[in-house]
Design a protein around this ligand. Structure first.
Ligand code: DGJ
Length: 340
């Protein structure tokens, strides 16, 4: 009888937990999906489609090891492919499955688990009705330095791998894609051994590069690009290049996307701002861009246990001078924007 009661209570409690709606962002804490599994979507990006948000990110699962022979902090896990989650409120996320799997069998495949699959970003092409995923593809020592593309008719996938490229012959590592109001899409990528950022205009179908390819932040060694538009200007957040270890973020601004980019300063304020709150940028999500309200998405990497890397999502607010400001919040929700 006692045992039956215990079982009944356990079942009710787990049902309650499964149905529990989270209300707040808790940066740095383990973030559980709606099935109470830790969200596994690192170096990710968001796509809003038909009233829902989709979060794509790297699956990091299993043991972390240091690649033998590397003279830098080349810690890694097997490439796990790209996961997709969906949400209507940005706090409660439902696992949609593996959007792009890594290849566990064919060692010749570019998507083989021994390679590196990082920073996936998905954009939607309305005319072809295709979802286009770009990501950083690399070899275990990061010497391949390529960008790869996959497409799908369905937002959550499965995505069909098309192939990889060095855009206009250039090395390409950390990256993001940005679709402007005129529907032109741009690929921002760290190039030239990460010393210089490039912005390449993608083809009309978003699936390849045009020859329009501009060098910006020349020789400044920036990576982890995240782009947004505010008040007709373009903003780019980046990190420095220190492997998995955190450093100071910086923002740059331009009047036109292929125009002059002016580096400005660190958008983070308060304690640990010089280390980006121990995280590295990955995406900026517009929440109410007219009012200068965005979410700054970053990864707090755990280089010795990459699977346990955490997510740092914080409000990014534009001040009256057009300066992006990101301050630490232990817990917060979207109503926080209005309080400031
Ligand atoms: C920093 C990059 O931003 C990450 O995406 C990853 O490539 C690590 N370097 C690898 O050390």
């Amino acid at each position: 009888m006692k045992r039956q009661l215990y079982l009944a209570v356990t079942i009710v409690l787990s049902m309650l937990r499964l149905n529990a709606q989270q209300k707040d962002f808790s940066p740095g804490e383990i973030w559980y999906d709606t099935k109470q599994q830790p969200i596994n979507a690192h170096g990710g990006g968001l796509l809003r489609h038909q009233g829902k948000y989709y979060w794509f990110g790297e699956i990091k699962k299993g043991k972390t090891w240091k690649v033998p022979g590397s003279n830098w902090e080349n810690y890694r896990v097997v490439a796990g492919g790209v996961a997709c989650y969906s949400s209507t409120d940005l706090v409660n996320w439902t696992y949609e499955g593996v959007a792009l799997p890594a290849d566990t069998n064919n060692t010749k495949s570019e998507l083989h688990i021994s390679n590196v699959i990082e920073r996936p970003k998905v954009i939607y092409h309305a005319a072809t009705k295709k979802f286009v995923m770009w990501f950083h593809l690399d070899s275990p020592d990061y010497s391949l330095a390529r960008s790869a593309v996959a497409v799908s008719d369905h937002v959550a996938g499965p995505y069909t791998y098309i192939g990889s490229v060095r855009p206009n012959g250039n090395m390409a590592r950390d990256m993001t894609v940005f679709v402007d109001d005129d529907k032109k899409a741009y690929h921002f990528y760290s190039s030239e051994e990460n010393a210089t950022m490039h912005i390449a205009l993608l083809s009309d179908d978003y699936q390849s590069h045009t020859a329009t390819d501009k060098r910006i932040l020349i020789g400044q060694s920036r990576e982890a690009p995240a782009v947004f538009k505010y008040n007709k200007k373009y903003y780019l957040l980046t990190s420095g290049c220190t492997g998995w270890s955190p450093n100071a973020a910086s923002w740059a601004v331009a009047d036109s996307i292929l125009g002059e980019w002016k580096p400005v300063s660190n958008p983070c304020t308060g304690a640990d701002a010089e280390k980006t709150f121990f995280a590295q940028s990955t995406f900026v999500l517009p929440v109410d861009p007219e009012k200068g309200k965005y979410i700054f998405m970053a990864d707090r990497w755990n280089k010795l246990n990459l699977e346990d890397s955490r997510y740092i999502w914080l409000p990014l607010q534009m001040n009256a001078q057009g300066v992006p400001e990101i301050a630490w919040q232990k817990t917060w929700n979207l109503s926080q924007f209005r309080k400031r």
